[in-house]
Design a protein around this ligand. Sequence first.
Ligand SMILES: *Cc1c(COP(=O)(O)O)cnc(C)c1O
Length: 360
Amino acid sequence: MSPLPRHDYAGLERYDPQRAPVRVDLSDNTNLWGTHPAALERIRSADTDDLARYPELYADTLRAAVARRFDVDMECVTTGAGSDDVLDSAYRAVYGPGATVRYAAPTFSMVEPLALMNGMASLGVPWPVALDDPSTLLEGDPDLVYVCRPNNPTGEQAPLEWIEELLRLRGDHDALVIIDEAYADFAAETFIGRAPDYPGVLVARTTSKAYGLAGLRCGFGVARRDVVTEIDKSRGPYKVSRLAAEAAAAAIRDDQGWMAGVVGACLENRRRLDSALAGRGLQPLPSKANFVFIPAPTGRAKDDALRLRDAGIGVRPFSGIPGLSEGLRITVAPWDLMEDFLSALDGTFPELALPKGGKE
Ligand SMILES: *Cc1c(COP(=O)(O)O)cnc(C)c1O
């Protein structure tokens, strides 16, 4: 009998976010200001003779840059081909028969597929319930607890005290708690430097968003060294290519100049976009990230996203969001692109448009 297909892969599909090419793509939260110049410079000046050799086993140059940036020991840093890969390695590190994942829902679209890919069961706890009582995330003794902070797709950021309470409650359980900080570069407050102070906590980060390096596939995580050792076992050697590790390390070493400028411009444009949307009756959720989440204009998220796509603008539709039901997630970008989005919105949904002469 053929081992394919795996019986537990029946519910799994190849990832397909229906992302046909579009004039302005605001659907994936990548950095529309471009790529970190220090990374570009590193790639342009790379010694390509090196490519005949394997990269560092565990990307120690990158680990050292991360350790320095967040003031942790290098042994407390793991890396991967994107933070999806760091998450995948963490899932596999805790896997065992009957292993389970609990997460606050809605959240990052890879959390459930990663569970299925790794033969684990997953269970979402609605955000309002988890926020009210973090112990709901530990019910049934899960092997893994996933929290995204700031959260994709809603943009909200669980209070620091809430994280601390979750980690205190975790003391009675064995779960590995993953705090995904993919958007923390845009938020004032982060947990990454404190991860090694707690047993069983991994803070995951990516260079795909604020650093503008999604094409490189490079992510990292910080945890206590015993946790990192276990995750590195399931990660395996040579996971991050030489160019990706060197370019990401250069960007991380120099994240004050260009990055600070991009983050500042992004927060300013988010504020402007918020008020432009509110003026059209589409009140965004309060966001701490480089995207905003609004109710779908007609209440049918998929249709609305398709209509905007016909007008040349890609946004990401979501359905079944507790308290909101149908919504659109829009990446914050340089203002000329935000104007393109707003005029496509007005052209597509004229009933929302500001009175003529209304100012953004
Ligand atoms: C985009 C995103 C990631 C993916 O990061 P990669 O490094 O590109 O794999 C991880 N987590 C969340 C919440 C994201 O939105």
